[in-house]
Ligand binder design. Structure first.
Ligand code: ADP
Length: 785
């Protein structure tokens, strides 16, 4: 045998990491863990316990407490009590605690890594080199934000008590993503780890004790879905942060609807991995390995759909199969293993079921020639080719080591296929042509796009989804907004808006002549409402001042269709041109200022001239921001620029408040337009005439048809249709409290973003509106010759 032959055939020997430190720690606790509430360990009120299992060998590791609603209540109360002082604690002091956490995690990195691998089944190489270092980095990074909060987030305060629910795929990392920003911003937390992987969270609780974190600032309660549900429903919780399945995310969206709780959801994905024919194929193959076989593919942003340009598809598959043949599946504690165990038998069965479905639907299956260990929960790396775009394995999240490959011919087709999903979490693009890669990156609807790279994470870069992948960002400056609110909650949250309308209607008999009935404004044209009906509009003193069309579901649908058709064009319109159009709107409004002022005074009894002035100023502000609302370049490690770019959300429904109807229209709709959204606006039912008069202003400006649509009618009826509509990406609803619940519940269908506002009182500040009108996409661009 030659030396070369020996080198090529050399088998791997076992290289196990010792389980001992973790086993000793479990033993020291006699294999049983209580709940961590108010800085103390307590037995669960339920008196129930459940086992946590090592998926690599099926052996029980420990028993943990099953928290019930009583336990949840205790933990929330402890967090509330602690909030009083913690929220007043100086940023520097909070920074010291977060720094201490980071240090402790680093000092105990080995124990954390081994414990995580035992509990979750992921390879020690990943826990040691990825999970735990990123956890430490997250605490360091947020220690910095705690320090800087006073100066950099002036005017903002913590939200309060935060309920955090995390999944099993990155147990400690998800804890860090949630706990670090929450504490940095002065909140207190109740965290529930996933039932399959509670152990590292419990070790983290010990760290909180060891560093002397004030009791109640962090509470860790173990349990199952019911525990999570009790936390979500607890009235003492001000915000819920959830990472997990879209299915449970939807339940949580509905459960919190109308409660006033702030919510962030990081859900599923079916991320595209796009390879163009000029890509460096060797690197792309390594990229695929990382995209779909990292953590056994149990990653929400896994690159589970491989889109390859036709000309290189066979070559790419051949390279991939050769690489797959060399992957190693086995004991997760073995340092030379690539894929560890699947979390649990139930997940393994789900993978097997979906793979079977893929075969039945006609895709071609390929797996390496070797077998996975018979004991424990293992599944081999799997490649499907000849996958139809609409098939189950191309659409459903498998959450396992299964890759579905499809081909495309042109960049346009690549974008179309990439966006052919309900999700929008991440994407990876491979091409040596940076023009092409960046062009495609801006067109793919996903919260994170990696160019010639994949699965890069860092505390400085926000992570989160578009569409059914959820909303809110974790990490980066953009992630902090989830954990703060404006100091002055000057916008009151009370309810009934219709009092004025009711008293007004009573004296509707003594009418002045009616001038005309305004129609709806859809697709750049004035159109009659589908119902053919109209609705009277009264002044505060009861006089009839006009009539407007009574829009219905059909009108909303038409308006949404118009807004969707206009979306692509408006989004791509240069920021400078958007600004010009908004200035032009202002100019045309100012020409008719007197007429608008009169109309406003009639409808509201207030100083109309002052409101027209304020509306003009709001349009100017929106125009100003159109080309100035900048993103950030995050200083992530590696040779890399990470571009955090605010993008429009898409098609938005805006239901306007009752006060200052013209100003509200200008401020809310103007800002949303400036950011590249196309709109379906429902004016206040009490004062819609300024909006209908605005048609003529729109008609004489250069605003493209379909960009700005206006439908008058019953607010809640139209709100429901907008919130339920699958082609609407966000709904802003200013109206009575009951409507908040309606909109938030109905939005769960496609997980659209919602923003609920009171029907009257001051309007939100522009910085908040800008944030609500955009979502941040992080594009990672590594460089190096
Ligand atoms: P995964 O598919 O990643 O397990 P799940 O969404 O099922 O995702 O679980 C994620 C987390 O949500 C876990 O901590 C789980 O206990 C919790 N959970 C499950 N059902 C509910 C529910 N109805 N309400 C709140 N939390 C829940």
């Amino acid at each position: 045998m030659t030396l070369t032959e020996i080198m090529q055939t050399l088998p791997y020997g076992p290289a196990p990491e010792a389980a001992q430190p973790a086993m000793d720690w479990l033993k020291a606790h006699k294999g049983r863990f209580q709940l961590f509430i108010a800085g103390k360990w307590r037995n669960p009120a339920s008196r129930e316990w459940f086992a946590t299992i090592n998926p690599a060998n099926g052996q029980k590791l420990a028993e943990v407490a099953l928290a019930n609603a009583t336990d949840v209540d205790k933990a929330v109360k402890a967090a509330r009590k602690a909030f009083v002082e913690w929220s007043q604690t100086r940023g520097h002091v909070r920074a010291r605690y977060l720094y201490a956490m980071a240090r402790q995690i680093q000092k105990h990195a080995r124990l954390f890594a081994v414990l995580e691998t035992l509990d979750n089944g992921k390879p020690i190489r990943e826990t040691r080199d990825t999970d735990i270092p990123l956890v430490a980095r997250h605490f360091y990074y947020h220690a910095g934000w705690a320090q800087l909060m006073e100066s950099e987030l002036a005017g903002y305060v913590p939200v309060g008590v935060v309920g955090q629910i995390i999944p099993w795929n990155f147990p400690l990392l998800m804890l860090a993503w949630k706990v670090a920003p929450a504490l940095a911003m002065g909140n207190t937390v109740v965290l529930k780890p996933a039932e399959f992987t509670p152990l590292t969270a419990l070790l983290f609780a010990e760290i909180c004790q060891n560093i002397g974190l004030p009791p109640g600032v962090v509470n860790i309660i173990t349990g199952d879905g019911q525990t999570g549900a009790a936390l979500v429903e607890h009235p003492g919780v001000d915000k819920i942060a959830f990472t997990g399945s879209t299915e449970v995310g939807r339940i949580i969206r509905r459960a919190t609807a109308g409660s006033g709780k702030k919510l962030s959801l990081e859900l599923g994905g079916k991320s595209p991995f796009v390879v163009f024919e000029d890509a460096d194929l060797e690197s792309a193959v390594e990229g695929v390995v990382d995209a779909i076989w990292f953590n056994q593919g149990q990653v929400c942003c896994a690159g589970s759909r491989l889109l390859v340009q036709e000309g290189i598809a066979e070559k790419m598959y051949a390279k991939l199969r050769a690489r797959m043949e060399k992957l190693r599946v086995g004991d997760p504690l073995d340092k030379a293993v690539d894929l560890g165990a699947i979390i649990a038998p139930v997940q393994l069965e789900k993978i097997q079921r979906l793979v079977q479905k893929g075969v039945e639907e006609g895709a071609k299956l390929w797996q390496p020639s070797w077998a996975v260990p018979a004991e424990g929960c293992f599944y081999p790396p799997t490649l499907f080719t000849e996958v139809a775009p609409a098939s189950t394995i191309a659409q459903e999240e498998i959450f396992g080591p299964v890759l579905a490959a499809l081909t495309f011919r042109t960049p346009e087709e690549a974008v179309r296929l990439a966006n052919n999903t309900r999700y929008g979490l991440a994407a990876s693009i491979w091409s040596e042509d940076i023009n092409l890669a960046l062009d495609v990156a801006t067109q793919i609807k996903a919260g994170t796009v990696w160019i010639n790279s994949t699965n890069l994470f860092d505390a400085a870069s926000g992570f989160g989804g578009y569409r059914e992948s959820g909303f809110g960002r974790e990490g980066g400056k953009e992630g902090l907004w989830e954990y703060v609110k404006k100091i002055e909650q000057h916008r009151t949250a009370q309810g009934q808006s219709s009092a004025r309308g009711l008293t007004a209607r009573a004296s509707a008999e003594s009418l002045p002549p009616i001038d005309r009935t305004a129609k709806l404004f859809i697709g750049g044209k004035q159109v009659r409402p589908d119902s053919g009906y109209s609705k009277a509009v009264y002044a505060p003193d009861g006089r009839l001042v006009g009539e407007v069309g009574l829009g219905n579901r059909k009108d909303i649908r038409n308006a949404v269709e118009a807004a969707r058709s206009a979306q692509e064009g408006w989004r791509k319109t240069a920021a400078h041109s958007k600004a010009q159009i908004l200035y032009f709107l202002a100019e045309n409004l100012s020409q008719r200022a007197e007429e608008f002022a009169r109309r406003l005074s009639e409808q509201t009894g207030q100083d109309g001239a002052a409101e027209v002035e304020a509306a003009l100023e709001a349009l100017f502000t929106a125009a100003a921001w159109a080309d100035k609302y900048e993103g950030l370049v995050h200083p992530t490690p590696l040779r890399n620029v990470t571009l955090a770019i605010p993008e429009p959300i898409g098609v938005m429904g805006i239901l306007c408040p009752d006060d200052q109807p013209l100003l509200a229209l200008a401020r809310l709709a103007g800002t949303a337009l400036a950011m590249g959204n196309t709109l379906v606006v429902v004016p206040s039912p009490l004062a819609p005439l300024s909006a209908t008069d605005f048609y003529q202003v729109l008609e004489t400006s250069d605003i493209p048809a379909g960009t700005f649509n206006i439908v008058t009618g019953e607010r809640d009826e139209l709100a429901r249709t907008l919130a339920e509509h699958d082609d609407v990406d966000a709904v802003w609803y200013a109206g009575p409290r009951a409507g908040w619940a309606l909109v938030e519940k109905a939005s769960a269908g496609n997980m659209k973003r919602t923003w609920t506002l009171p029907h009257s009182g001051p309007l939100p500040d522009t910085d908040e509106i800008l944030r609500q009108a955009t979502q941040v996409k992080n594009i990672w661009v590594p460089y190096g010759a």
